[in-house]
Design a protein around this ligand. Structure first.
Ligand code: SDX
Length: 392
């Protein structure tokens, strides 16, 4: 009704926009990017192709994909001065904080990304962040490991080059490993967009004031960091390691998860929209078995994860609340098998989600969405007169 404000905590039943990018059906567990199913894209496309699809709306032909990649290669240098900011962090700094800060710092070296007033300017701001963000992601890992930064190699594919910048050891030849690159590529595709989740809504909200793309993305990274959102993939591994250290007693942790007085949650379980299996979790669970087998890695943590899943799917508390494994439940097990430290898992989520954030920000600007400014129901004190300090 006009004038009547209804409060919808967490916007559980509020739509914030119309979007043509990603379709979710939470009941049926369906996820599509621009109409293409996630199952097909994960199997048949590569990450840069999916990024192009999400951002520009169509699968690129070879010429368009090559141009996009070449434009990105031409912009993949990060100003040397940025290293002073990286060096300012202690090794103990959480990579998500470093990444959010460096993304914002990029603005100082790419001022054109601030106020994109034409499609051409928008295109180049998008190319620049698609080119430089992976460098910053690699920097966070090199910093954590005390390794010299790697400048990449533009003869490699987009994801291969990211892997090289992250993992090439100084004084060693970079060894290509198809199993590793394919696994990384698939994981990044599965994280690429997810309609109006918390971090994407943040990117749209910040961008709605016409703050620049890089500033909006920096805010999105901070929102993703939370353990209830992207930070859950790190929390899942820490939980599984704690259960393993506690003798693998999954029953004890299931009881804790159901105990309302216990703040412990079964991380990697539950979802605001999926009230069925998260389709991404299904693909990642299958990939975890395949990648570990291909790499000849035995990981007892995977067995604990499967044990937890089995128990939860048979447990009334979880079934009644339709709590199933989500994208974060198995992804960390693959990241770990690829040599990615636990603290870097959410950075990998941000790397995957980058094209989705860009696509949603671009759509919000092209649709000329109004500045986000919700109302409230005031429940504070009614009017009262000021009391001088010596009378309080
Ligand atoms: C991501 O939105 C997106 O799309 C996000 C994402 C994306 O791609 O962008 O899919 C990525 O963030 C996946 C979710 C990762 N987070 C976690 O795994 C953290 C653990 N999960 C929860 O905190 C929770 O399930 C959320 C945050 C995912 C969803 O929270 P909701 O929709 O606000 O649901 P809720 O907290 O109100 O829970 C409903 C009930 C409650 O019990 P009751 O009060 O009804 O008795 O289910 C319970 C909750 O206590 N519950 C859990 C639980 N999740 C919900 N109980 C134990 N363990 C859990 N994990």
């Amino acid at each position: 009704a006009t004038g009547m404000i209804t409060i919808d905590p967490g916007y559980k039943n509020t739509g914030s926009c119309k979007s043509a990018i990603t379709f979710l059906d939470g009941e049926k567990g369906i996820l599509r990017y621009r109409g293409y199913s996630i199952e097909e894209l994960a199997e048949k496309a590569d990450f840069l192709e999916v990024a192009y699809l999400l951002i520009f709306g169509e699968l690129p032909n070879q010429e368009a994909l090559d141009k996009f990649h070449n434009d990105i290669k031409g912009e993949s240098h990060v100003d040397e001065e940025m290293k002073k900011i990286l060096d300012g962090f202690p090794k103990s700094a959480h990579p998500m904080g470093v990444l959010s800060c460096l993304t914002c710092a990029l603005i100082a070296f790419n001022p054109t990304s601030v106020n994109v007033s034409s499609e051409k300017e928008m295109y180049w701001a998008i190319v620049r962040i698609m080119a430089k963000f992976p460098v910053l992601v690699a920097w966070t890992l090199r910093k954590k490991k005390g390794l010299p930064l790697d400048y990449g190699d533009d003869t490699l594919g987009y994801v291969e080059n990211i892997h090289k910048m992250m993992f090439k050891k100084p004084n060693h030849k970079y060894e290509k490993n198809k199993v590793v690159i394919d696994a990384l590529d698939k994981l990044l595709i599965l994280h690429a967009d997810h309609e109006q989740n918390c971090s994407t809504s943040t990117v749209r909200m910040v961008g709605s004031s016409h703050a620049g793309l890089f500033a909006s993305l920096s805010a999105g990274i901070s929102a993703l960091w939370g353990p209830l959102h992207g930070g859950a993939n790190q929390a899942v591994l820490e939980m599984l390691e704690a259960i393993e250290a506690d003798g693998g007693d999954t029953k004890k942790y299931m009881a804790k998860a159901k105990d309302k007085n216990d703040p412990f949650r079964l991380m990697g379980f539950g979802h605001r929209v999926y009230k069925n299996f998260d389709p991404r979790a299904k693909i990642i669970k299958k990939a975890a078995d395949e990648v570990l087998a291909d790499l000849g890695v035995e990981d007892s943590i995977l067995d604990i994860a499967k044990g937890l899943e089995k128990e939860a799917l048979d447990d009334k508390y979880f079934v009644d609340r339709k709590l199933y494994p989500n994208v974060d439940f198995y992804s960390g097990i693959i990241y770990r098998s690829l040599g990615i430290p636990t603290e870097m898992f959410t950075v990998m989520f941000a790397l995957g989600r980058l094209p989705g954030w860009i696509a949603q920000w671009r759509e919000m600007r092209l649709n000329k969405e109004p500045i986000g400014r919700p109302r409230q129901v005031y429940i504070g004190p009614t009017v009262r007169s000021f009391v001088p300090l010596d009378e309080r």
